[in-house]
Design a protein around this ligand. Structure first.
Ligand SMILES: [Zn+2]
Length: 248
């Protein structure tokens, strides 16, 4: 394994790792967008269910209250009749008190009914709003879900394919050099940098002349004293390799 072949393999690996990183980011983002939208739709559905339930309960309570009011107005009517049939003052006073008490109860129930009507109206308004939001989100999901799913599936296939290609490249790199590469890549995101004029292509620090001279001999890789990336000398006449590696 000559130095030249090692450099070639490392450059290919660095370029592929950059693609893999981008692909993974896109894949993760697509998945997140989809799952976020689904979570929003789900929470709106839950709110709709709760809203429907609470409206049902309030309407049931309203029905009971209306029934009670009807019942009470009959009682008030009866008490009034009773009052009109009273013979003694004592009887009349008692009957009068009963009518007044019943009327008061009736008014209390009427106020309750009014409050309940207000709550029902508010609940319906909220329910309509949530239903509309849910409609919008499900519409968006419906139109974008299959697209996202396709895109996610394609990215997944591409990832598998590229991972296999990566394995082939790794075979061409000396194990200790690859271990060094991986260690730096996991910490920094990228592991390879080159120099042409004495500065590191990744962190742009000026290298010490001794190091630069050593790299110029091109018999071994060096390490950037600032960013720790694997360093090698790249001569100017390599346009095809331009931009494949090194930039952070
Ligand atoms: Zn550096």
């Amino acid at each position: 394994m000559t130095m030249k072949l090692q450099i070639e393999a490392l450059e290919e690996l660095a370029a592929l790792d950059a693609e893999l990183r981008e692909l993974t980011d896109r894949f993760t983002k697509d998945q997140k967008v989809l799952s976020d939208k689904k979570a929003v739709a789900k929470s709106l559905e839950d709110r709709m269910t709760r809203g429907r339930q609470s409206l049902g309960e309030m309407e049931k309570a309203r029905g009971d209250l209306v029934g009670e009011l009807r019942q009470m107005s009959i009682q008030v009517e009866r008490s009034r009749e009773k009052l009109s049939r009273c013979r003694t003052e004592r009887e009349a006073n008692a009957a009068q008190r009963e009518v007044e008490e019943l009327r008061k109860l009736y008014r209390d129930r009427e106020i309750e009914l009014e409050k309940l009507d207000g709550l029902i109206q508010q609940g319906r308004g909220e329910f309509d709003q949530v239903t509309e939001q849910h409609g919008t989100v499900s519409g968006e999901l419906g139109s974008s879900e299959s697209d996202s799913m396709n895109r996610i599936a394609t990215s997944e296939e591409e990832l598998v394919r590229k991972q296999a290609a990566r394995g082939d490249i790794v075979q061409r790199i000396k194990p200790d050099l690859y271990r060094r590469y991986e260690m730096i890549r996991k910490r920094k995101g990228t592991a390879l940098a080159w120099t042409r004029d004495g500065t590191c292509s990744a962190c742009h620090i000026r290298l010490q002349p001794m190091l630069f001279q050593k790299l110029l001999r091109a018999d071994d890789f060096g390490q950037c004293p600032s960013c720790n990336r694997i360093l090698y000398y790249r001569p100017a006449q390599q346009p095809e390799a331009e931009g494949q590696s090194g930039s952070p």
